[in-house]
Ligand binder design. Structure first.
Ligand SMILES: [Ca+2]
Length: 206
């Protein structure tokens, strides 16, 4: 009798094991969704400034082929690239923003593996007034928030911005959490006009 029941128990165990495997397989798509933002190609645009991190270009962040997704008020694409041409040697355009204007980037995915962002800027008129930079995000109740991450000074020559906080400025605590955010470039009113170019996000995991 034991020789008969034993194989039956094994069969039952195998059935339990296979149902466990099935449960894990079923859960896999949910885990994939929770894995954060999609990956994008990276380069090292700030390497010549001592920052060897890999960066993703923000959508339309080089201003070479239109401004799809950008919300522009008192802002226009103009001739003249940031002088280091880190995105492409043939690049020829940047975005100018009047002192009273605002430029808001397309919405993009942020997770905790995207800690910072960086871009180039230059003051194009006036001698005072900062470039305020904020991260705009929407909470679970639909409320919109602007978290200021920098009030930048600059001269008439192109320079890379400081490394500005992205993920750490948002309520992201879990590895798979994502928030759609936009970057708001808002010069101090009546101070001076600015130009920006080559807006990059740092995915530190790659
Ligand atoms: Ca450009």
């Amino acid at each position: 009798v034991p020789y008969i029941t034993r194989p039956r128990q094994l069969v039952r165990r195998a059935a339990i094991l296979s149902s466990t495997v099935f449960a894990v397989a079923t859960a896999a798509p949910a885990l994939a969704v929770a894995a954060g933002c999609p990956t994008l190609p990276t380069t090292k645009p700030f390497a010549s400034f001592g920052d060897t991190a890999a960066y993703e270009l923000l959508s339309g962040g080089a201003f070479e082929s239109g401004t799809t997704g950008w919300s522009l008020n008192g802002s226009v694409v103009a001739n003249g690239n940031e002088s280091y041409k880190v995105h492409g040697s043939a690049d020829a355009k940047s975005l100018t923003i009047k002192a009273t204007g605002t430029a808001i980037s397309p919405s993009f995915c942020v997770d905790i593996t995207r800690p910072t962002f960086r871009f180039f800027l230059r003051r194009t008129s006036g001698t005072w007034g900062v470039m305020n930079v904020a991260v705009r995000w929407t909470d679970a109740n639909g409320g919109s928030h602007d978290t200021t991450v920098g009030s930048l000074n600059g001269g008439g020559s192109w320079s890379p911005s400081p490394v500005l906080a992205l993920a750490s400025s948002l309520p992201l605590w879990q590895a798979g959490s994502t928030i759609n955010a936009r970057i708001v470039f808002n010069p101090e009113d009546y101070g001076g006009a600015w130009a920006i170019d080559d807006v990059y996000v740092d995915p530190y995991s790659r």
